[in-house]
Design a protein around this ligand. Structure first.
Ligand code: T4K
Length: 379
């Protein structure tokens, strides 16, 4: 090997790294589980974790799930009879699968120009007598324009629910947790999320408008408290082991959140106003759960340029990810729901976004390597 070209081999820097759990604390909690012989089906650890999540968020109630996706299916079940759900095409596939799997019809609304979330200005025209709910997604931990959406939902008598999979720990300016907005929200506690229980999720309830018994039944094979069985039930129960990890993780979460926020602020400062890409405004993501940059240029070749940037970074051991690509209104699974309509802002972001590695344990030297590599990649 040419010594001039050799650089010390470094382990790959992934887009994310699950936040570290205090292993001694976790082992103690898991020992409690082993000794209780109650491993799943709503045990004491699950109840403790549900209370801890509810208290942390200051929510009315939190119901735990095996993952965020099942939580979303359950929440949609709790809206009542199937109907239309207005949502964004710029989200993870889970959002759309949950709608369709529950017999509802997604109605796409474009995202805001210059933003990442559903555009309230486009929502109202999409409301019909069949509309059940508006489903906003707080993409990257950036809150949807809640006041505007809530006003529209209220005026038309439809529910407002959120996919807050990215928003754990994110707060509004007045201190409210983003996950407590609207009638209800779901959270994901997947290992790749800012907060995790390895796999897991929650429904966070904020109003009486959601059919709680229907949610409970859906989570447990459709079985009702009265001994009946409803069609379409699932198995959404969180195990005691996952709950134990969640409890331990929540106890140290403040450090993860603060570390990520520092890293994100450094990305923002250091990248400045690079003319090759846009960034979220400082603090737009309330929890720094992701750090996206959005390449500028002609939409026709954006995806190809982004692929080159991604490959360049990969060549330097940096795993950056194009969340979310493709735009769901352009996919085989969901184009039928676009009915020929186009969503220019969502389509652009789906081709231009690239999320950089971000987690509290990212080393400053690694972050500098990412920054200089990105600058070289786009130059
Ligand atoms: N709604 C929204 C808006 C969502 O984004 C999601 C999930 C959901 C709903 C559904 O929530 P869950 O049912 O998942 O709770 C990931 C996640 O699997 C998924 O949870 C997430 N959104 C989605 C956006 O991303 P991938 O395919 O990107 O993950 P993967 O395995 O490629 O991992 C990404 C990076 O993380 C890797 O480069 C390495 C690192 N990693 C990953 C894992 C799993 C680790 O270091 N350790 C690990 O254990 O899907």
């Amino acid at each position: 090997m040419n010594a001039m070209n050799s650089r010390p081999t470094r382990p790959a820097i992934f887009i994310g790294r699950p936040n570290r759990v205090d292993s001694a604390r976790c082992a103690a909690l898991i020992d409690e589980v082993w000794n209780s012989f109650h491993f799943t089906n709503f045990g004491p650890m699950e109840a403790r974790f549900a209370s801890a999540v509810r208290d942390y968020l200051g929510a009315r109630a939190a119901m735990l799930y095996v993952n965020g996706h099942t939580a979303l299916e359950s929440l949609i079940r709790g809206l009542g009879a199937p109907g239309e759900i207005i949502t964004t095409p710029y989200t993870f596939a889970s959002t759309l699968h949950a709608i369709v799997n529950q017999g509802c019809t997604p109605v796409f609304c474009d995202i805001e120009p210059g933003g990442v979330n559903i555009d309230p200005a486009g929502v109202e025209a999409l409301i019909t007598p069949r509309t059940r709910a508006i489903l906003g997604v707080h993409v990257f931990g950036v809150p949807c324009r809640h006041d505007a959406l809530a006003e529209i939902a209220h005026r038309h008598g439809v529910r407002l629910i959120y996919d807050a999979a990215h928003a754990f720990g994110a707060r509004m300016a007045d201190g409210r947790h983003v996950a407590t907005l609207g009638d209800a929200s779901i959270l994901s506690f997947h290992a790749t999320k800012i907060f995790h229980s390895v796999e897991g999720g929650a429904v966070v309830l904020n109003s009486d408008a959601i059919d709680l018994p229907a949610l409970r039944a859906h989570r447990n094979f459709g079985q009702t408290a009265e001994g009946d069985v409803l069609a379409g039930g699932s198995n959404g129960k969180m195990s005691e082991l996952h709950a134990a990890v969640g409890i331990a993780n929540l106890e140290t979460f403040a450090a993860e959140l603060a570390g990520r926020q520092q890293m994100a602020a450094h990305y923002r400062r250091r990248l400045g106003d690079n003319p090759r890409f846009d960034q979220l405004p400082e603090g737009a993501s309330r929890n720094a759960s992701y750090y996206p940059v959005f390449l500028k240029g002609d939409i026709a070749d954006l995806a190809e340029r982004r692929q080159k940037v991604q490959a360049f970074l990969a060549g330097r051991g940096i795993v950056a990810r194009p969340y979310f690509h493709p735009c769901l209104s352009e996919t085989s699974g969901f184009a039928v729901h676009a009915a020929g309509r186009r969503f220019p802002h969502a389509e652009r972001l789906a081709r231009s976004s690239l999320c950089l590695p971000l987690y509290a344990e990212l080393d400053p030297e690694e972050q500098e390597h990412i920054l200089s590599s990105l600058e070289a990649a786009v130059a």
